[in-house]
Design a protein around this ligand. Structure first.
Ligand code: GDP
Length: 193
């Protein structure tokens, strides 16, 4: 897709702030610092529309990015950051439930993982949570540029096995650094928007 327009519409903390224009939404979930914002920026050819950060655990809002007046990318706050307090974690959980449980315009969730690492307990929980809510999931294994080509197949296999990914679910190798996987990503997303 040729992106001609991309803007952040709202950083929401509760349901009443979600956009009301009924456009389809593609959400991104994953650990803090895994590369969610970089994925969005790469797909839409912007250096920094979505805020990237080397400090994990900062964004505690649902960020709605409107693309070509046609759909939204929704950047969901990351998980797995050890230094957040219990009350912050509970707040995060509430926001997740509120969004994933009842958002009718949500079409698919991209679960972003780091291809270098075995998916964590939090990743597994998130995958299971999304499945429980019967949401379509695409796993994006990012930071592909950080591993040698010879290891790709075995790392993808490990990601699939650890997450216990259902046979029909896609695991897409991706790199925000090189853009590898970008065309495939748009191909997959075009079915949902
Ligand atoms: P977020 O917290 O999930 O939104 O993660 P960010 O997009 O802010 O990325 C966290 C860090 O990882 C940043 O320093 C990015 O430059 C880096 N990063 C993200 N994706 C990639 C990738 O595909 N390859 C490499 N080499 N670095 C990446």
């Amino acid at each position: 897709m040729k992106v001609t327009n991309a803007e952040i519409v709202i950083s929401a903390v509760s349901k009443k702030q979600y956009p009301g224009d009924q456009l389809p939404e593609i959400a991104l979930a994953g650990r803090s610092n895994v590369g969610k914002s970089s994925f969005i920026n790469k797909l839409i050819n912007r250096k920094a529309l979505a805020r990237t950060s080397s400090k994990p655990g900062k964004t505690q809002t649902l960020n709605f990015y409107k693309i070509n007046e046609r759909f939204y990318f929704v950047d969901v706050p990351g998980y797995g950051y050890a230094k957040v307090s219990k009350s912050e974690r509970e707040k995060w959980g509430g926001m997740m439930e509120e969004y994933f449980q009842s958002r009718e315009t949500l079409q698919v969730v991209l679960l972003i993982t780091d291809i270098r690492h075995e998916p964590t307990k939090d990743d597994i929980q998130m995958y299971e949570f999304l499945k429980y809510h019967e949401l379509p999931v695409v796993v994006v294994a990012t930071k592909l540029d950080k591993i040698p080509k010879s290891k790709r197949a075995s790392f993808i296999k490990r990601t699939k096995e650890t997450l216990n990914v259902e046979a029909d679910d896609i695991v897409l190798p991706f790199s925000s650094e090189t853009g590898e996987g970008k065309e495939e990503a748009w191909g997959i997303l075009s079915k949902y928007i």
